[in-house]
Every structure is written in C-alpha cells, then in structure tokens.
Design a protein. Structure first.
Length: 321
C-alpha cells in the first residue's frame, strides 16, 4: 500500500516538472519572438539618412539589442535512490540571431558661430600737457660775522652778499652790562693807571668812588644799590678788568640761566652822508630785562655801511658763555 502511494507521488512530481519546463521554454521562445518582431518593426521605421532627419538623434551605448539574458536553469528535485528516474533531455537552446550592426551616426557639422560685430576703436586719451615748472626763487645771499668778547660771544648775519654791507665802529657789549653790587677793597687798591699813563690811577679811583661807596664792613657797594647810567658803566668795567676782576664770572651771571638774546635790525641805504639802523628790536629775550636793555643799547652804538640800493635786514645773536 505504501509502495503504491510512493509511485503515484513520483509520477505526480514528474508531471509537474515537465509542466514547468514546458512553461519556461514557452516563455523564453515568446520573448525571443517578441524581440525579433520589435527589431523588425524598428528596422522598417528607422531613418536611413541622418542628415534628412530633423529631430533629435538617439545613440544607444552598451550591449547590442537582441541579446537576451540566459534562461535560468529549472529547479531539479533529486529522485529517490531506489528507482532512478530518467529526466527528459532539455530542448536544444536556439542560438539568438545577432542584431544587425548599428549604422554609424555621422556627427553633425558645427554651425558657424555668428560673427561678433566689430567694436569701435576707443579713443586713446592724450596726456595732459604738464605745466612748465616754475623757477624756484633763489634765497637771497647771506653771510655771518662771528666774534667773542670777554666771557661772551655773538653772531651777526646779514641778508646780503659779503662786501655789500658791513659793520664799522663797534662798541664791546659786555662793558654796558650791570656792574657788580659789591666789590672787595683789595680789588679797589689794584686799579692801575689808564693805558700806562702815570697818575691816571688816582683819577680812575676817584671815578670809581663816584659809583661805589665804602661800607662799614670794608667792602665797596653800589650807592643806593642802584645801577649807574649805561654810559657810566664802560669806564668802571675797564678799570675792574685791569685790576684783575674775573669777567667770565661776572656778578650779573651768578646763579642765573641766561638765554641768547636775538635782535632783528635793518641797515638803511647810504643817504645824507651816513647809514643808520632801522627797526631794531629784541626778538628773543635773555629772561632778564636789564640785560636785554644793555645789549640793545650797546648794539645801537655800532656803525654800519651799506653800498647796496636797498635796505638790508640782519640778525644779531648775543650769547652768555
């Protein structure tokens, strides 16, 4: 009874296997037939002359059409070892006809690009004419006269060439400085004769006592502690210098910081038999008005010459060394 069931089952399985094989081959053959039909229809409507075709040209890349994928192998059910069942041989697979080669697609000739309109030539800007350089006015010639006095120095600059203007008569400026407020009697006793003239020492001491007076301490002090007139100072300074007074450490410099005094002036043209100073004033002070007054007064006493046809300006700088 059991053996009969097995035979029926095997028979049924074989029938089912045959049906699947037949169905698979039928599907494969139908697919090939459909593919050949499509290719044939495409061949009828294909454009032979690409140049005559106005539409877009489609180029297929890859494998040629008409080749189908291989048919999958049918599922094989192993037969029982007792009774080997011989399976029917599969039908011979028909060879797929090779698709006709695709005709080469000619490349469309490039359309000539429209010629760009010629640009008008841009006018080249002409360089602006450079103005001719104006001549730089030359600075007027100038020259400087340098000098030194006992304990002091000076510079005198003229805005003119050398030989046009010069200084003639000159009064030493230090002789007009303020006198010492107090002097020792030993210095008074050392006052010598004037210029080696015998008997002039007493005359000079008499002049000295007109400015100084002997104090109770034995020293000589300015009368009333006042400075004498500017015109009286040169004679006193001359006898003090002859007696050995240190002019570099004069009393008017003691404990003071003195700036250089700057004086601006103008020398007039020669007129009326003489040349005079014009517009003389102190541009920069030493810091002490009595010194500025003494320097300015002594400077005005100097004499100048001017051979030019115009007034000449100048600057005088007096330094306390």
């Amino acid at each position: 009874m059991i053996g009969g069931r097995v035979d029926k089952r095997q028979s049924w399985l074989l029938q089912q296997e045959r049906k699947r094989s037949i169905r698979a081959w039928a599907i494969a053959i139908s697919a090939y037939a459909l593919g050949f039909t499509v290719l044939w229809l495409l061949g009828l409507f294909a454009v032979q002359d690409v140049g005559a075709y106005s539409g877009p040209v489609m180029v297929r890349l890859g494998k040629p059409e008409g080749l189908d994928l291989p048919t999958p192998k049918p599922e094989v059910i192993p037969a029982p070892p007792q009774e080997p069942v011989s399976l029917p041989q599969p039908l011979e697979q028909p060879q797929a006809e090779s698709a006709p080669p695709t005709p080469p697609v000619p490349k469309p000739s490039p359309k000539p690009s429209p010629t760009a309109p010629a640009q008008p030539a841009k006018p080249v800007p002409q360089p602006l004419a450079q103005p001719s350089p104006q001549p730089v006015p030359q600075a007027p010639p100038s020259y400087t006269v340098k000098g030194s006095e006992t304990g002091n120095s000076y510079d005198m600059t003229f805005e003119a060439s050398s030989g046009t203007v010069s200084r003639g008569m000159y009064e030493p400026i230090y002789l007009y400085m303020p006198l010492p407020m107090e002097l020792p009697d030993a210095l008074y006793q050392l006052i010598p004769d004037r210029g080696g003239l015998p008997g002039t020492a007493e005359q000079r001491k008499t002049e000295f006592r007109g400015v100084y007076e002997l104090s109770s301490t034995g020293s000589w002090k300015l009368k009333g502690r006042r400075q004498p007139a500017l015109d009286q100072r040169p004679a006193i300074w001359a006898m003090l210098e002859d007696a050995g007074y240190d002019m570099r450490r004069a009393d008017y410099k003691d404990g003071k910081t003195l700036r250089p005094i700057e004086i601006l002036f103008k020398v007039s043209v020669y007129k009326g038999g003489s040349v005079r100073l014009e517009d003389v004033y102190v541009e920069r002070s030493s810091g002490y008005s009595e010194l500025d007054e003494a320097v300015l007064y002594a400077f005005k006493k100097a004499g100048f010459t001017n051979s030019g046809d115009r007034s000449i300006t100048g600057r005088f700088v007096y330094r306390f060394d």
